[in-house]
Write a protein that binds this ligand. Structure first.
Ligand SMILES: *Cc1c(COP(=O)(O)O)cnc(C)c1O
Length: 456
């Protein structure tokens, strides 16, 4: 299994090469040359498999250059740090509505599912090659803490995390800035998440810098993360006797893209619903076929305050019949503000995808409604998902991915329900731990200087 860039340059690379670099040298994203497909009988057997065994089964074909014993060790270790007996509990809400709780990992968001194995893969590959890497991660809130948790004390890695200053929740910020590790530095950037992501992309485009520090990306564009995230779609779908629609609170389009690939790999996925907050660029695209950036606005679901859903490039790659020249042309236009796809492409996307967006007011109303009906507290991202899920027409089971623990967004939950959700005991003292981070202006040069000055 080899990997190629969505933008067509550079030939094919191995899994580990794709995982260690993150972004392809031509600015494109890596996609597998082919996909493993699992048959009906095999999938029926998935129902009784523990999560880490299923992960091994589904992930292995993507990573032929990692020994099976290593992968086995990695997945076992990656999910052993999760709270509770079940890694990804499926919970029935009412009627045909379910949620899949993906927030029992160490940093309380679904990002741990892919980031933890990725950290271990880096450790394995860099150790074997005797190399060091610099990871620069842009975060809208949850990627940062998941990356820090996965890479702290990894002696071959320097990790720099950029978050938009003042635009992440206090718990999110403290989960990043209170971790003491010599190889980890936090940067609060004076800008939005899109500004953070643009700086990371610019650093990659600077070949001299990229090579000087051996730059890596562990954002959701990293293929290894997408591959690891396909697992819970199989896990959840295997628990039903019919096809399942998944509703996914969406930002960078990584999580829902994993659902798309899981469907192509044989998982019993019916439709995929893209749920957005007021940053509704994807909902508008699904109505018009036009992807048009507006300024990102802060909301109660900050991990989705994104206008540039980077992983959408992979979907375009698939829906253009893997036409890298067409993808490149669209991405060049998007840099200048917008692009439009042919009617045919939009029509085909709509065979599988639906979309829905909601305001902060509606998000709070949804949190309150779920609480009154079931006594459960859900976080604002999950609530955005549930709102879109309830609007879906169809009698098949609908599983909304619950992407974060309610205590990560305690203020919003308390505002909606009057109840302040409690953090798990291991994080109970986070509000009193000492923070450490640098505040930098929104400038590629300043960030570069900072990185050069803080390599460990
Ligand atoms: C990252 C994140 C999302 C968005 O996921 P994407 O893969 O970027 O679409 C949604 N909810 C939460 C809680 C997140 O941390």
């Amino acid at each position: 299994m080899k990997y190629i860039s969505t933008r067509g340059a550079g030939g094919s690379v191995t899994f580990l090469e794709a995982a260690l670099s993150g972004l392809a040298p031509d600015g494109g994203l890596y996609a597998p040359e082919s996909l493993p497909v699992f048959g009906k009988e095999e999938i029926a057997g998935f129902r009784n498999m523990p999560y880490e065994r299923l992960a091994l089964k589904i992930f292995s074909p993507f990573a032929p250059d990692v020994p099976a014993t290593e992968l086995e060790r990695i997945f076992k270790a990656a999910y052993s740090g999760f709270d509770g007996p079940e890694t990804a509990p499926l919970v029935h809400l009412w009627d045909n509505q379910y949620i899949l709780e993906l927030y029992h990992g160490p940093t309380l968001a679904f990002k741990d599912f892919a980031m933890r194995p990725l950290g271990m893969l880096f450790d394995y590959a860099l150790g074997r090659a005797g190399k060091k890497a610099t990871i620069v991660a842009a975060t809208s809130g949850d990627t940062g803490s998941a990356a820090i948790e996965a890479f702290k004390n990894c002696k071959n890695v320097n990790l720099f995390v950029l978050h938009p200053r003042g635009r992440v929740s206090e718990v999110q910020r403290r989960q990043m800035t209170t971790v003491r590790a010599a190889n980890v530095k936090n940067i609060a950037l004076e800008g939005s998440f899109d500004d953070c992501q643009n700086i990371v992309k610019a650093l990659f485009a600077d070949v001299k810098f990229r090579n000087a520090v051996n730059l890596s990306a562990v954002n959701s564009i990293n293929w290894a993360r997408i591959a690891a995230q396909t697992v819970y779609y199989f896990y959840a779908a295997a628990r039903f006797n019919e096809g399942v629609t998944f509703c996914v609170p969406t930002g960078n389009f990584g999580n829902i893209l994993a659902g798309f690939y899981a469907k192509k790999m044989g998982a019993g996925v019916e439709k995929l619903i893209i749920a957005s907050n007021a940053n509704d660029i994807l909902t508008r695209f699904m109505q018009s076929g036009k992807m048009e950036q507006k300024t990102a606005v802060p909301t109660l679901s900050p991990s989705m305050d994104i206008q540039v859903s980077s992983n959408f490039e992979r979907l375009l790659f698939e829906y253009t019949g893997r036409d890298s020249a067409a993808v490149l042309a669209l991405m060049e236009r998007f840099k200048k503000g917008s692009y439009e796809v042919k009617n045919e492409i939009l029509k085909n996307i709509k065979f599988i995808f639906e979309a829905g967006a909601c305001s902060d007011k509606e998000t709070l109303a949804e949190i309150s409604r779920v609480y009154k009906k079931t006594g459960r507290l859900v976080d604002p991202h999950t609530a955005v998902g549930l709102r879109a899920a309830f609007a879906h027409k169809g009698s098949e089971p609908v599983v909304t991915l619950s992407t974060a623990h309610p205590a990560k967004f305690a203020d919003a939950v308390a505002k909606a329900t009057g109840i302040t959700p409690q953090l798990p005991p291991r994080l109970a003292d986070i509000m009193t731990r000492k923070e450490e981070y640098a505040v930098l202006e929104n400038s590629e040069e300043r960030v570069k200087e900072f990185i050069y000055g803080n390599l460990h």
